[in-house]
Design a protein. Sequence first.
Length: 339
Amino acid sequence: MRRWMIGGWVAGVILIGLAGGCRTGAGGRLSLAQRKAMAQSDFQRAVRLAQSGKPDRALTALRTGLEQDPNHLPSRLFLAELLQASGDGDEALAEYSRALATVGAGRGKPADQVMVYGSRGDCFLSMGRYGEAIDDFTRALKLKPDEAMLQFKRGESYMGLNAFNKALGDLDAVARVLPNEPEVWLRRGDCYLAMSNLNAAADDYSVALERAPDDARLFARRAAVFSAMDQDHLALADYIRAVELEPDSVFFWYDRAMTRLALEQAKEAVADFTAAVKRDPKRPEIFVGRGMAYEMMGDDARALADYDQARTLAPDYSPAAAARRRLLDRAAAGSRPVR
């Protein structure tokens, strides 16, 4: 989906070239038009630098341009986006606020105000400041009530506050406008899942999969819902597809292994846990899961070794200690010695 960030907008337009160089006016001072031209030129250079993987130089170019024309809105917004992408959210918010000072209170076009409010709201959202994000998205929607992306982002913000009914109101409206957009159905499914409405969540993930049949995330999301509904065979089918689509994901291998464990497919579970270990040998939960599969197969020695490895990786990981204690208590009771 289109992002409410200036960089996404820049990538979709043809940048206007400025003919000729900048000449000084009388007395060696630059005219306002010349300053604007220099800011536009620096903006274009910043875009090229960012696209070529040089964000630091792009930041320098944007700041240079803004020294010439502090009101150059594309430069201000692109600067804010680059700062946000670098993890400097506070500085990004400061730039968005400066942009708003340029276009707010009737000083700019409504479309510019929508872009600034939407971009700043997106920044708030990325920082987990959901209430402030909602405020900005709502301000933008008052100016452009039919903008689906703003409603989608506000719905995500409501989800961050656990205001799920309000989130559904926004996501329902977006689904009516953009019925073929899988991300909308995914997020609405997430909302239903958070509300423990498992059937509705599974239905929405299924709709999303109809629109994006090669999205491993969607198979994994629906699989998790099927597992919660005790439909482990359906969950396994979805995890198999998720692994096929993203075989390097340790999480998909682990979740598939746990589902096989629930289905008492111990040998296959061991194979999946082992594949997960190969992709990330530092996760104690994988060793605990494989240990449980070994126990199911009657191989307590290997199970104990895996529980011990999990404790070595994370000495305070309580599931490893609990599994080890259970195995040893069972062996001490004589039900099955460890060998």
